[in-house]
Design a protein around this ligand. Sequence first.
Ligand code: KIV
Ligand code: ZN
Length: 508
Amino acid sequence: MGKMIKFFDTTLRDGEQSPGCSMNNREKLQLAKQLEKLQVDVIEAGFAASSQGDFESVRSIANEIKSSGVAVLARAVKNDIDRGWEAVKNAAFPRIHTFIATSDIHMKYKLKMDPEDVIKRASEMVSYASSLAPEVEFSAEDATRSDPEFLARIFDAVIQSGAKIINIPDTVGYTTPDEFYDFINEVKSKSSHLDKAIISVHCHNDLGLGVANTLAALKAGATQFECTINGIGERAGNAALEELVMILDTRRDRFDCDFNINTKEIMKTSNLLTMITGVKVQPNKAIVGANAFAHESGIHQHGMLSHQETYEIMKPETIGLSKNKMVLGKHSGRHAFKERLESLGYVLTQEELDEAFEQFKNLADKKKQVFDRDIQAIVTKRAIEETDGIKLVRYVINSGNTITSTATVTLKKGNSVKEKVATGDGPVDASFNAIKKLLNLDVKLEEYSLQAVTEGTDALGETVVKVSCNGQRFVGRGLSTDIVESSINAYLEAVGKALEEQKDDDNE
Ligand code: KIV
Ligand code: ZN
């Protein structure tokens, strides 16, 4: 058996800090449940002391997740640790992750603290956190720009105060693989206690080296990888979990490592995150990009047909993509649909299956061929849909290149059905204006994107809408073969969330 690598996923914390990737608490919990299915070792659920919303979110994740550990981030400050512990204490495997900056530039300009006081504060706070939590992780923020001698001293101090995991972050994504390897070895050689702790690394991707640096750290003795789904995170993001896992899986000959991740859940997790945040993965992204397993050129296709391994180093099934290339259509029955869902890794309850099948049939009536990507879009969208939101009853558009577009939109909320007419610059703008009149809400459209899920003019159109209201951003997605309907549904989901938030604020 090879070295066991622990995967610490920080999609819900560092990932959520990236522009456009904020999630509401229900979405965070849903993603946490999917991360548990992916079998990550630790889910960093959030930074509880940063807001009441974050606190609630960490708490609900800690209460629900049973087989992965749940970590909470806390500055090396008593109040952060108290709030963090309060939020995470009911987890099956709780962890407090506390940090303080250790580079000269951070200590001088950000913390305005003397290095000796930083060591004192870190060890006092780790000691305090260890009196509460069974597992305490300590991070030296901006470690790669810190003095290795100083790092060794602070690590020794916090390990003696109870830290079991020592994280060495490349906070600004500055280091290079060979340098990071040497750096970790140097810190190890100067420390007397680092061999008693688990060494973790957390690499940012500012120079595109997050994954490479993590692997260099592995060679230097790191056994915990901090990473995110789709590589999201501050600025250029963090090392991507799916890339690290598939490197270890595909190149066992080079790394000889074991891990707990269920690779078959990778694609589903990536899709769910994309659906929740509305942030698309670039098509050529390693592992989870739409083109990662597509073979376009004739030479490659010919090679693949002769022998799959001519151009394919990983099997698509390993990450949960379907092996079965047969497309479904309106004559496909419930059995074939269920089988396809299962081959894509979706296990639905009878009720969920009935609903998904009905949506599939509706779609198959409108488009000849239903591809796996359509099915994934339907199921993922269904899973994150608000159940008590505002529903579109109908819309009628009058539009053309020589007239002003007019939309009549009818909405239902509870038992109340209301209709309004509005004009606009094109059918989508007119419909959004009608909805704004109906809901009487001051929202600003920040982002609108429409993309076909598959090829063809009958393809499902997936719309992502981001709106802002009272300084907060809300994301909505719509899915339909009709692009106006898809846009309306996306807008309704986003403004529905803004309304919910307003209701919560009014109740507080
Ligand atoms: O990048 C970083 O240094 C961090 C720490 C809080 C671990 O995110
Ligand atoms: Zn980070």
